[in-house]
Write a protein that binds this ligand. Structure first.
Ligand SMILES: Cc1cc2nc3c(=O)[nH]c(=O)nc-3n(C[C@H](O)[C@H](O)[C@H](O)COP(=O)(O)OP(=O)(O)OC[C@H]3O[C@@H](n4cnc5c(N)ncnc54)[C@H](O)[C@@H]3O)c2cc1C
Length: 374
């Protein structure tokens, strides 16, 4: 852990009020910092509202430090739910995964063993047990192995962002929505001085947090920084149903499903994402998602597609988060990541602490913005 010579910020502009910006700004406000949230749209209506929103670390085994950060993300959610109350945003009901492909099944079981060796809670049920004990509405073979990750969850991202921004504003934060950051002004020493907005106003700030999600590389360009990002769009469909027949998030064969409220569900599939660039109409992609969902949950026969959106994942080029200060531009910080639903609260806590104290947490050592310096 290194302690840089950082003076406490006078006023912080948080650019983007999705799950990342809301989490950083809420943590800063709690510790007495003066914060202004700026969002080109409305809080929580960016990718955060068009996400499968599964809080997990079981899908993050690619690098141990990344897995550990995601485990910390899960713990940060439990802490957040204790602090602000669970309300309609927090759904810690676990996650189910099974497949109809023998090769994929062997891989899942191998990953489950690795996760168990890392002390991550995983149970293996049969399809029959899952139907009897957890999800009676599912169609699945009785003998198929099903992984149950009991500590995982799903989150209603838009509701959570509303809570965090609302609490921060009640504690004195400012909030500008429907206006975009067009420019970032720096002093002769290169440090942050102001942001210029599309409504013509200019705000004096000495710190900015780039939490602009898929638009983060454009914000970085405003300080002449190159933040390379991948293009990896995904399609999310919401359906409405009289009563939601499932209780938790799940990866079923060819389809991911989760509840999204009392009469709404969210559908997603990596297989359907792969069709986005073929020029297929999003309405057709939604129809394919709906068809797969009805296959797994026959009770969805009377459900109806309500809305569909193709959204870009905010992914730095190497696939890992970019979080922290860029030392060459004093006062500029990044909070840009895929898996941002899982990571928002932990990144919010760690980055706010770094901004206020200059302490760089070891947990972020592999995810520093400096790795993208030219
Ligand atoms: C299909 C799909 C499935 C996903 N599934 C999961 C999952 O299961 N689990 C998980 O953890 N993650 C998942 N993710 C990723 C996760 O949703 C994102 O990482 C997370 O929502 C990013 O939040 P954010 O706050 O960075 O971005 P956003 O929510 O997009 O917020 C950024 C905000 O910045 C604002 N903005 C942009 N430009 C400007 C500007 N110039 N001035 C002012 N404001 C600006 C926008 O209006 C927006 O509100 C998924 C993503 C997709 C697309």
């Amino acid at each position: 852990m290194r302690i840089a010579s950082v003076k406490r910020p006078e006023r912080v502009a948080v650019i983007g009020a999705g799950i990342l910006g809301a989490s950083v700004g809420w943590n800063l406000t709690r510790h007495g910092a003066k914060v202004v949230f700026i969002d080109a749209g409305q809080p929580g209506e960016g990718v955060t509202n068009w996400s499968f929103s599964w809080v997990n670390a079981s899908n993050k085994t690619v690098r141990k430090s990344y897995f550990d950060l995601n485990v910390a993300g899960m713990a940060a959610y439990r802490e957040l739910a204790r602090t602000i109350g669970p309300d309609s945003w927090w759904h810690p009901s676990g996650h189910l995964r099974w497949t109809d492909d023998p090769a994929a099944e062997a891989k899942f079981l191998e990953t489950a063993e690795l996760l168990a060796s890392w002390d991550y809670r995983v149970e293996v049920y049969t399809g029959a047990e899952v139907r009897r004990r957890l999800e009676p509405a599912l169609t699945m073979p009785g003998e198929v192995p099903v992984l149950f990750y009991a500590d995982e969850a799903w989150v209603h991202g838009r509701h959570l962002v509303g809570r965090l921004v609302g609490q921060a504003v009640a504690s004195g934060a400012e909030h500008r929505s429907g206006t975009a950051v067009r420019d970032i002004g720096a002093g002769s020493d290169g440090s942050i001085r102001a942001v210029a907005l599309s409504d013509g106003s200019r705000l004096d700030v000495d710190t900015v947090v780039n939490a602009a999600g898929p638009n983060a590389s454009h914000i970085a360009e405003l300080i002449a920084r190159h933040l390379p990002m991948r293009r990896e769009p995904g399609v999310i469909t919401r359906i409405s149903c009289a009563q939601v027949p499932i209780h938790r998030a799940m990866h079923a064969p060819h389809i991911e499903l989760r509840p999204d409220g009392d009469a709404s569900m969210v559908l997603h599939s990596r297989e359907i994402d792969a069709l986005i660039d073929t020029g297929e109409d999003p309405a057709e992609l939604a129809r394919l998602l709906h068809e797969s969902a009805r296959h797994v949950v026959p009770e969805l026969g009377n459900s109806r597609i309500v809305e569909t959106r193709v959204a870009n994942r905010p992914i730095p080029a190497d696939g890992f988060p970019s979080v922290g200060a860029v030392p060459s531009v004093p006062g500029y910080y990044e909070a840009v990541t895929h898996s941002g639903i899982t990571l928002g609260p932990v990144i919010g806590r760690l980055l706010a602490s770094e901004i206020l104290s200059g302490k760089r947490d070891e947990m972020l050592a592999d995810f520093r913005p400096e790795r993208f310096l030219p």
